[in-house]
Ligand binder design. Structure first.
Ligand code: URA
Length: 210
């Protein structure tokens, strides 16, 4: 991937995103829409995966047919909201290996602190797709990517639903080699770090918590 930021401007996806943004969309519908949007985002983030040819037999003839090359992809969910995107991406790439990164914000230092980290082996030879619906300040996303690089990952892509310009700038500064694929680039963050216009707290809306 060459572009640092890709906005997936597909009418179907944008329609579903509008429904997700609406305040009164119920939890079950929100979750289902996220799953459906994940399919369209997964299609885009995997667009340039390397393929190789192999000989197969159709019921009629032998042919050379394309197949994905290399090790299974690694999908990394940034907890907890990442799990909502993860499910849909897994629908499309069921054989992917899956990892989880958990970070919380230390209220004294305001820095992200790791509380969970479990990722597939041999990250260095896999395409790694980190998923988190909301790229807001970019601090936890950048920290998660730091951890993935420390674990050996080299080809990392960041998949989100909404991005704020502040988060995109932070990621570009910290990880210019990591392309971001998103459904929309919103206006800005408010003083609590929420994306505007946004959709609220993605985790709460997805899991029905407050
Ligand atoms: N995380 C969310 O869930 N929503 C935002 O608007 C920002 C960060």
């Amino acid at each position: 991937m060459t572009e640092h930021l890709t906005i997936v401007d597909h009418p179907l996806l944008q329609h579903k995103l509008t429904l997700m943004r609406e305040r009164d969309t119920p939890t079950a519908v929100f979750r289902q829409l996220l799953r459906e949007i994940s399919h369209l985002l997964a299609y885009e983030v995997t667009r340039n995966l390397p393929v190789t040819m192999k000989t197969i037999e159709t019921p009629l003839v032998e042919m050379e047919a394309p197949t994905l090359r290399g090790k299974k992809l690694a999908l990394i969910s940034i907890l907890r909201a990442g799990n909502g995107l993860l499910d849909g991406v897994l629908d499309l790439i069921p054989s992917a290996r899956v990892g989880f990164v958990g970070l919380y914000r230390d209220e004294a230092t305001l820095k992200p602190v790791q509380y969970y980290f479990k990722v597939p082996s041999e990250l260095e030879s896999r395409v790694v797709i980190a998923v988190d619906p909301m790229l807001a300040t970019g601090n936890s996303s950048a920290a998660a990517i730091d951890l993935l690089k420390e674990a050996g990952a080299k080809d990392i892509r960041f998949l989100c639903l909404l991005a704020a310009p502040e988060g995109v700038a932070r990621m570009k500064e910290a990880h210019p080699d990591v392309p971001i694929i998103t459904a929309a680039l919103d206006d800005r963050l408010n003083d609590k770090g929420y994306i505007l216009p946004g959709l609220g707290d993605a985790g709460d809306r997805m899991f029905g918590t407050k």
